[in-house]
Write a protein that binds this ligand. Structure first.
Ligand code: ZN
Length: 374
């Protein structure tokens, strides 16, 4: 798959010029976009890049970049918009659904589900993604196709060690790019469905810079997780690599259950405190770190919980699915967890008790365990 590096480098240049020429109208978010673009360029080239030295060597830009570091250190504090006792309730309902002994990342030959996983060619890979996203209507299909047609995707990319893939975008250049280290198998496909979910979020929400908190909010992964989970379900229902999809789904659910189990270890008289690095500690008197970094875990666990609820309440009605997600995108940064769940047309108590998703999660977990113990 080809990548249009010229377009990408040109976007970086545009963004830098914008920052220098329009100091008043550009924002910290534009600087943050520049940083993520530069990170992407570093992963493309495999070397550290001082982008200002490379392109412009502008003093003012150096000052902006220094200012960004300071502002960024204080950003995570915006993440708190959720009642932690509700999260404990959710944790207690979700984690018993998954057997702690669930075999995950099965690729060692013993279970060999992923070893048998088919590798598609590039044409098949695109066709599977196109036919899935086409179910959600013309607008969404066009966004996905544009990413491929305009060569905005790096496959088998060099990437930071913590992730399999990520997406960068800029409000100013209106450009999104995906970097993914995986390729043409079920794993790579479902990661791509997730990343394309971020791109859909970016292009359809109409979010501008002042509203950009949505991406970094505690629910920032919910849209992408919704497309990813629906995609795994699509692979299973259409008998496209259904064993791999079942395993991949269980990998997500197991890691969610493990994240939630960290919460359950917190006793009711402990106070949870979010620190400036986005980590959560318990007990102010004897600070104890619960997982690291907890906020990142939480974004995914909540995202997958929402995704499963959406799949089971309106997964077959794609029009309804898209319209609920669209309302949610507009409002997610402006309201708390309960209001957001209700915006999605879900019942909050049912969400916290995993009432709707419980049987599905349990069934999929047991199905994998049966399969690998055969
Ligand atoms: Zn994501």
């Amino acid at each position: 798959m080809e990548f249009d590096a010229d377009r990408f480098v040109n976007d970086i240049r545009k963004l830098m010029l914008h920052l220098i020429r329009n100091e008043k109208s550009s924002s910290m978010e534009d600087l943050s976009d520049l940083y993520t673009y530069v990170g992407f360029l570093e992963h493309l080239t495999g070397s550290e890049i001082d982008v200002n030295r490379l392109f412009l060597n502008n003093k003012k830009l150096d000052e902006w970049l220094a200012k960004y570091y300071y502002a960024d250190a204080n950003r995570n504090i915006n993440f708190v918009n959720t009642n932690f006792s509700d999260l404990l309730t959710l944790a207690k309902s979700f984690s018993p659904l998954i057997d702690p002994e669930t075999p995950i990342h099965v690729s060692n030959g013993k279970y060999s589900i992923l070893d048998r996983s088919k590798c598609f060619n590039e044409k098949e890979y695109k066709e599977i993604l196109y036919s899935f996203f086409a179910l959600y209507g013309d607008n969404i299909f066009k966004i996905v196709k544009k990413m491929f047609d305009e060569k905005r995707i790096v496959l088998f990319g060099t990437i930071n060690k913590d992730s399999d893939a990520y997406t960068v975008f800029s409000d100013y250049t209106k450009g999104a790019y995906i970097n993914c280290k995986l390729g043409f198998d079920a794993d790579g496909l479902s990661i791509m469905a997730h990343e394309l979910g971020h791109v859909i979020h970016f292009y359809t929400s109409g979010i501008n810079n002042s509203d950009k908190k949505a991406y970094t909010s505690i629910l920032g992964e919910a849209i992408s997780c919704s497309f990813e989970i629906a995609f795994m379900d699509y692979l299973m229902k259409n008998h496209i690599e259904s064993d791999s999809a079942l395993l991949l789904l269980n990998n997500k659910l197991s890691s969610d259950a493990n994240s939630y189990r960290k919460y359950i270890g917190v006793s009711p008289d402990e106070e949870l405190v979010l620190n400036i690095d986005g980590e959560i500690t318990a007990s102010p008197n004897h600070p104890r770190l619960i997982g690291k970094p907890m906020m990142a875990d939480l974004k995914y666990t909540l995202g997958y919980n929402i995704a499963l609820n959406m799949l089971l309440t309106c997964g077959d009605n794609k029009k309804e699915y898209v319209s609920r997600l669209r309302d949610f995108m507009y409002l997610m940064s402006k309201q708390g967890l309960k209001e957001n769940i209700e915006t999605l047309g879900l019942n909050y108590d049912d969400f916290l008790s995993c009432g709707t998703i419980g049987p599905y999660v349990k069934e999929k977990n047991q199905a994998l365990i049966r399969k690998v113990s055969k």
